[in-house]
Design a protein around this ligand. Structure first.
Ligand code: SF4
Length: 245
């Protein structure tokens, strides 16, 4: 698919390119929170009215002050012009390039400095049922990128009844076997309409963080309600952005 919009945060000097579409089919995808009843799996965000050309993107980026260029999804590596835009960001604009949210499908990209990878499940069967893809491919991509020196962060959505605390901790233990310093973030599941799972409690979140800290030095958490997720900017000024294209 393609990038359909660009946002800019002047305070923190970053711009984000937003892609439409994903090759995974996660039933609990948080993008469905925005899509309404017509949202389709993998294309859960409402379909944009149009897409930006590579020229329009470059033109817009030249108008703002930047230190970092983020690429988001759905899954940003689906965008056909990603390689050209990474090259533009890194070698023409001289900024840091980062997949702000991705599923680990493709990480070995020239001119990419780092990525925040959503690891979905530890159990191979759960991973397959959750995403439609094999766990070993994604975890193998993460390990190779880490060993190649990429700046990597990881996150997991804690979904009681689907991805329980034992799987969250197993992912943390695996990351810790690569390095205790990998930054890890646990997101409490935000209920998606039509799915049977509930939010973890505050106590469950605290337990999950404590378990993961046995393996990793930096473990963060977010435990948002649906309403808070829709209004990120109220809680965190990194989400207070202006659309520039
Ligand atoms: S990988 Fe992420 S964006 Fe893609 S369907 Fe799953 S949760 Fe949604």
């Amino acid at each position: 698919m393609s990038f359909h919009s660009i946002t800019h945060n002047a305070k923190y000097r970053f711009a984000t390119l937003h892609n439409y579409g994903c090759m995974f089919r996660c039933p609990v995808c948080s993008y469905k929170l925005h899509s309404g009843p017509e949202g389709r799996p993998g294309y859960a965000w409402p379909k944009p009215d149009g897409f930006l050309t590579t020229g329009q993107i470059k033109e817009a980026l030249r108008t703002v002050d930047l230190a970092t260029l983020y690429f988001m999804g759905g899954e940003p590596t689906m965008a056909r012009n990603l390689a050209e835009l990474l090259d533009f960001g890194k070698n023409t604009m001289g900024v840091r390039t980062f997949l702000g949210h991705c599923n680990g499908w493709k990480l070995d990209l020239p001119n990419l400095d780092g990525a925040n990878v959503g690891l979905k499940a530890w159990d191979p069967q759960v991973h397959r049922a959750y995403t439609g893809r094999e766990k070993d491919l994604i975890f193998g991509n993460f390990q190779r990128a880490f060993e190649a020196g990429m700046d990597l962060k990881a996150n997991v959505v804690y979904v009681p009844g689907l991805v329980d605390v034992d799987q969250v901790e197993a992912i943390a233990a695996w990351l810790g076997s690569l390095s205790r310093d990998i930054r890890f973030h646990i997101m409490g599941y935000i209920p998606v309409p039509g799915q049977p799972y509930e939010r973890p409690t505050a106590e469950q979140m605290t337990e999950a963080v404590a378990c993961c800290k046995r393996h990793l030095n930096q473990v963060g958490r977010s435990h948002l309600t649906s309403e808070e997720a829709r209004n990120h900017a109220v809680r965190d000024d990194r989400f207070a952005v202006k659309q520039i294209a």
